[in-house]
Design a protein. Sequence first.
Lengths: 112, 116
Amino acid sequence: DAGITQSPRHKVTETGTPVTLRCHQTENHRYMYWYRQDPGHGLRLIHYSYGVKDTDKGEVSDGYSVSRSKTEDFLLTLESATSSQTSVYFCAIKEELSDTQYFGPGTRLTVL
Amino acid sequence: AQTVTQSQPEMSVQEAETVTLSCTYDTSENNYYLFWYKQPPSRQMILVIRQEAYKQQNATENRFSVNFQKAAKSFSLKISDSQLGDTAMYFCAFMKLKSNDYKLSFGAGTTVTVRA
């Protein structure tokens, strides 16, 4: 357990509504990541952060934005949710000494 | 993104037996890390083992070991003395070190079922 929590753990929403997922860490890690998991694709990187207010895109960033106003929180926002964004979303931190990523418990998002 | 291929979508093994999961990757980099993660039905992603490319010695963690063949770009995972709790999806992942973003590229996963 790397002290990572995600909220909410489950969410059902409707197409066109905004959604924000929160990732919270307690150990002051610099790097944080958002991935989505879909059948047949493994996990794919959406966005990542390398410090407060420092973020960059991953391979599937369209339709998503992120913010990191303090070290412990990394927010993922779907500006206008679509059914193709139905997925399981994982947050991860990178441990500095080992360069190993550890994951939160995941959020299952369903967009109807 | 780097390409990571897991060619076995599903595998089944008898309890106490050994199973080997394959993973190949495509890269022109020399410095990188490779990982195996386990995802049981609880959905939690759990680190199984980590290999640094500059180390020739294969990593081992209890019943889990890897066969790292750098020239062949192959990174297989062996689970010995399989237990029912090993039932999970297993993901191979690649991390390039040069770019300083430490992003992971994942394979599509292999579902392992351990039979009693």
